[in-house]
Design a protein around this ligand. Structure first.
Ligand code: ATP
Ligand code: MG
Length: 350
């Protein structure tokens, strides 16, 4: 069986360092490993519209922003197919058929959807499109017969739901769809990077992000005002590193050799953490080091991004090419789905 990746992001904002460590970095590694037969990366504009339907301009503007973030991080359009979801109408048709294979109760039980509904205070104004987005995600994944979906931890319930729908479909209509597997980041701190405010998840919708496109000054300002351990008041106080986002970011980004360059009194992060935990290491010093690490990580990405941003028509050309290619693949799957369901009434007339 072919090894195929499908993954993507909602163009609800520019991409941030949570996306980078949670999914994007891994995608680039998988892309360059040569182990996969096909890699599809989807800009999920239709999904972003489910909670931004009143602001399509925002979604439109962020399609190019997300594409620039991809290319700046090393996604290579000659190796990966980057496409825009709404251009592939077949995905909507698949969603419609899959909708019958999942109950309202099951969707309402999906822990990620549940948390997002609460976070957005939807109550009675919950759009149906938002509630059913896990079904449309199943369409996205299965349309490309994806075997592997590199995602952050918050997406695991979506993958579970996708697998259930695939099993129901195959049981009812015969073996047609492929069950996908999630690939999570190996580093525990990258599973769900917290926000700069200490909230459990850095998220475009929460405004607690360091963006891949942030200027050097913005990065510094955000790092220097980060939430740390609220009980670590004096430098001499023992501090907590486990729930402290500055240390979680260091876990995700710092390399041993950066200690010798910026903070030679520690050989590695474990030594630095031990000092903070026993007391005597101030937040200021931690943040200065974190700032140096973040600047070093993000500068090359930002510079590449600035270069690429000079030619936005080239970005749309790439997306159009990718979207046409994706459409052809999804159309093939849709015809197999309709055949399996025995609703391919006119296929002999073509
Ligand atoms: P929104 O708030 O609009 O949902 P988001 O920041 O959650 O935006 P998505 O586009 O929903 O971003 O997620 C894209 C991918 O990035 C998913 O695989 C998701 O798991 C991953 N991801 C998002 N935020 C984080 C994070 N803070 N840490 C690790 N992975 C993340
Ligand atoms: Mg999200």
């Amino acid at each position: 069986m072919s090894k195929i990746i499908l993954t993507g992001d909602r163009p609800s904002g520019k991409l941030h360092i949570g996306h980078y460590v949670g999914s994007l970095k891994r995608r680039v590694e998988l892309q360059n490993s040569g182990e996969f037969d096909k890699i599809y990366i989807m800009i999920a504009d239709a999904q972003a519209l489910t909670d931004n339907f009143d602001n399509p301009e925002k979604v439109r503007a962020n399609i190019t922003e997300v594409a620039l973030d991809y290319l700046a991080c090393g996604i290579d359009p000659t190796k990966s197919t980057v496409f825009v979801q709404s251009h592939v109408a077949e995905l909507t048709e698949l969603t419609f058929y899959y909708m019958n294979l999942v109950t309202l109760a099951r969707l309402e039980r999906n822990p990620t959807v549940k948390a997002e509904i609460k976070q957005k205070n939807y109550e009675l104004s919950l759009p149906m499109g938002f509630l059913t987005y896990p079904v449309s995600q199943t369409a996205d994944i299965t349309a490309f017969k994806a075997t592997t979906v590199p995602v952050g931890e918050d997406q695991l319930p979506m993958l579970e739901q996708a697998r259930e729908i695939v099993r129901s479909f195959n049981n009812l209509y015969g073996e047609t769809l492929v069950e996908p597997k999630a690939v999570l980041p190996e580093n525990k701190s990258c599973l769900r990077l917290p926000g700069t405010d200490g909230m459990a998840k850095m998220s475009k919708s929460l405004g607690n992000c360091i963006y891949l496109s942030d200027s050097a000054d913005e990065i510094k300002r955000k790092v220097m005002s980060m939430y740390t351990d609220p009980n670590h008041l004096k430098v001499s106080d023992p501090g907590d590193t486990e729930h402290n986002p500055t240390f979680i970011y260091l876990d995700a980004f710092a390399k041993d050799e950066q200690f010798s360059r910026y903070l030679p009194e520690y050989a590695n992060l474990a030594e630095m953490k031990a000092h903070y935990e026993r007391g005597g290491l101030g937040d200021m010093k931690v943040k200065k080091f974190l700032n140096a690490v973040m600047q070093e990580t993000l500068e090359p990405i930002r510079l590449r991004r600035e270069e690429l941003a000079k030619d936005i028509p080239a970005i749309w050309d790439m997306l159009y090419k990718g979207s046409e290619e994706a459409k052809a693949v999804a159309a093939q799957t849709l015809s197999e789905v309709k055949k399996a369901m025995r609703i391919d009434y006119f296929s002999d007339r073509k």
